[in-house]
Design a protein. Structure first.
Length: 293
């Protein structure tokens, strides 16, 4: 008797291949298409670059940097072997601390805020000549050096009193030392720390100077007031002398003043020496007062 075989998946009608044959036929193609798409995306992403605003790019190919910087925007590069290094040219701010000594051998700790920026003409030179942040390698050491040189010629008291003068000197000295490769725009002295004993001594001296200045002001004010009183007295004396001279030269003026100021009534009290007064200075009595007497 012939043996029969069992086929669990009979062939479909319509001439379509079996499912296993379709999977073996389509899946490799899908994988190939996906690989091509992935490779295309990878190549396109590695062959383009974007330089952000406020930065400039340095193109480095197999370890060699170009001599020209890349401006802001989108650009193309050789994939896998070329990289773009961004250099920030926007203004930035960093803190600097310096342990200084004054001319009177007092220890002074100063803290500054330095504002600086990288000129775009210097980005290639900075990348080639300085590793890391140019502030740490170039600006901070020069600022500290300039600050120590300036404070060494000032006493601790002068350092506290002349912050603006020290700032301007440090800024000018640092710019000279750094040159044009970096632009130091400003320096701000945030804090000056002295020893507690020195701070108390300076404070006591400043209080004494203020008190002395107040005493000098009071003395000058008193002297001015005294001189003013003398001048006023001299003026009054001179006025009296002038009036006396005028009355002596014109006695009728005194009679005129007496007449103008007389209220028409005789005085109730007559001085004992009234009889010795000149008769020309006695005013006539009115008729009513005569009748009353």
């Amino acid at each position: 008797m012939p043996t029969s075989t069992y086929n669990p998946r009979p062939p479909r009608s319509g001439g379509f291949p079996p499912v296993d044959a379709m999977e073996r036929y389509i899946l490799p193609r899908l994988l190939a298409v996906a690989a091509v798409v992935f490779l295309g995306v990878l190549i396109s992403s590695t062959s383009t670059y974007v330089v952000e605003p406020g930065t400039r790019g340095i193109k480095v190919t197999l370890g060699k940097a170009t001599d020209q910087f890349l401006p802001e925007g989108l650009g193309f590069k050789t994939p896998f072997i070329t990289s773009i290094v961004p250099i920030i040219i926007k203004q930035r701010t960093q803190n600097v601390k310096a342990d200084c000594f004054s001319s009177d051998l007092q220890q002074v700790m100063m803290e500054l805020r330095v504002m600086y920026r990288v000129p775009q003409e210097s980005v290639v030179q900075i990348y080639k000549q300085f590793s890391g942040d140019p502030f740490d390698n170039l600006i901070a050491p020069r600022i500290q050096e300039a600050l120590k040189e300036i404070t060494a010629n000032q006493t601790a008291e002068q350092i506290v009193k002349s912050r603006e003068e020290i700032k301007q000197k440090v800024l000018a000295s640092a710019r000279t030392k750094i040159g044009s490769i970096l632009n130091v725009t400003d320096v701000v002295i945030q804090n000056i720390d002295l020893s507690p004993e020195l701070e108390r001594a300076i404070e006591a001296k400043m209080v004494a100077e203020q008190q002395a200045a107040q005493a000098r002001f009071t003395q000058i004010q008193t002297q001015v007031e005294a001189e003013t009183a003398i001048i006023r007295a001299l003026g009054e004396a001179e006025a009296i002398r002038v009036r006396g001279e005028a009355l002596k030269l014109n006695p009728a003026f005194l009679k005129l003043q007496l007449v103008e100021r007389w209220d028409g009534r005789s005085p109730m009290v007559v001085p004992a020496d009234a009889g010795s007064a000149p008769a020309s200075l006695l005013l006539p009595l009115g008729e009513t007062e005569k009748a009353a007497q």
